[in-house]
Design a protein around this ligand. Structure first.
Ligand code: MG
Length: 329
């Protein structure tokens, strides 16, 4: 089991104003500290107007394909910087309403049944749990959880089901167990099976691994009822804001999700909450070395603030405490 996640904190400075961003890079997605530094070295930030985010991010995107977490770190820093220059919170910069507070789910990973019970107990303050399934004992895990709580559950399969008939049977059973939605039930390449499942599922199906960036949303409504938007997949707030807008026009439900991130990434992502149906922004709560203070999570609800930029409190002090090659643990 992974106990650390490599991250990079990116800082952009314009005159005496500083903007902060973050790249969180779980190994699964292929980015590393080295690849991020290599990418950042190709950016000549001085050549661009920090208030022209669209042009700046088009340049960043053209440097190379992939690299969406390090791109997100630049985008978040740019939004933080622009917000501070304009004295506006980021949600206004991306054209979304302010969300004063919103409940977040707490994720419970796949583990043995007694550890899962412990984690559910520990999450007593949260009114919604997100349960990872997709192993062989899905029903045992849910039955185990139902012995101690009746809370509504989000379920994330992480592409784990490969047979559409069995998947449909399980979804029907889960719909009687207080489950709200099912995330990424089948592998990315099972498109025909996903389309089949979408027309029959009694629960909303939310695309995560299948929907990384705006371009992946073209036919999203053939396979899913909603999408999971994460800054580390979308390349940051600029594109995530467009994904929120397109989801609204396509009638897709919106889940705002995250990786293991500090309060920098989580505070930035929270600015997308104004039009979200579901929030799963617990990535900063499971780490012990968060250098930042931003949005606050109290008793399972996140409280936004209206500070200029992404909403960090005295991030310059946090920056001074950060060492090179930081890992979250
Ligand atoms: Mg997921």
């Amino acid at each position: 089991m992974r106990t650390t996640t490599p991250i990079i904190i990116t800082r952009l400075q314009y005159e005496n104003v500083m903007g902060f961003g973050e790249a969180s890079m779980p190994p699964l997605y292929g980015e590393t500290i080295e690849s991020a530094i290599h990418f950042l070295k190709k950016i000549d930030a001085k050549a661009y107007d920090p208030l022209n985010i669209e042009t700046f991010m088009a340049f960043i995107d053209d440097i190379d394909t992939g690299n969406s977490a390090v791109k997100a770190s630049v985008d978040i820093a740019l939004h933080d910087l622009s917000g501070k220059i304009l004295q506006k919170p980021c949600n206004e910069i991306i054209g979304l309403p302010f969300c004063p507070s919103h409940g977040t789910s707490k994720t419970i990973g796949i583990d043995n049944l007694s550890t899962i019970r412990e984690r559910v107990h520990d999450a007593y303050e949260f009114s919604i749990l997100k349960i990872k399934l997709g192993a062989r004992n899905d029903k045992a895990i849910i039955n185990n959880i139902k012995t101690i709580t009746d809370k509504p559950l989000y379920v994330d399969i992480n592409q784990g089901w490969t047979n559409k008939y069995r998947a449909l049977d399980k979804i029907k059973w889960l719909s009687d167990q207080g489950v709200i939605f099912i995330e990424q039930p089948m592998p990315i390449n099972s498109k025909a099976d996903m389309a089949w499942l979408k027309t029959r599922s009694p629960l909303p199906l939310i695309g995560d691994e299948s929907i990384q960036r705006l371009s992946d949303m073209k036919n999203a409504d053939e396979f899913f009822h909603g999408i999971n938007i994460k800054l580390m997949k979308s390349s940051g707030l600029n594109e995530a804001g467009k994904m929120v807008d397109l989801a609204g026009r396509k009638g897709l439900k919106i889940l705002i999700g995250c990786m293991s991130e500090t309060s920098c990434g989580i505070s930035a992502a929270y600015h997308l909450s104004g039009k979200a149906d579901y929030i799963d922004l617990d990535g900063n709560l499971g780490i012990t070395n968060d250098p930042f203070t931003g949005v606050e999570t109290v008793k399972g609800s996140i409280y936004g603030n209206r500070l200029p930029g992404i909403g960090l409190i005295n991030p310059e002090d946090s920056w001074n405490n950060i060492h090179d090659n930081h890992s979250l643990s």
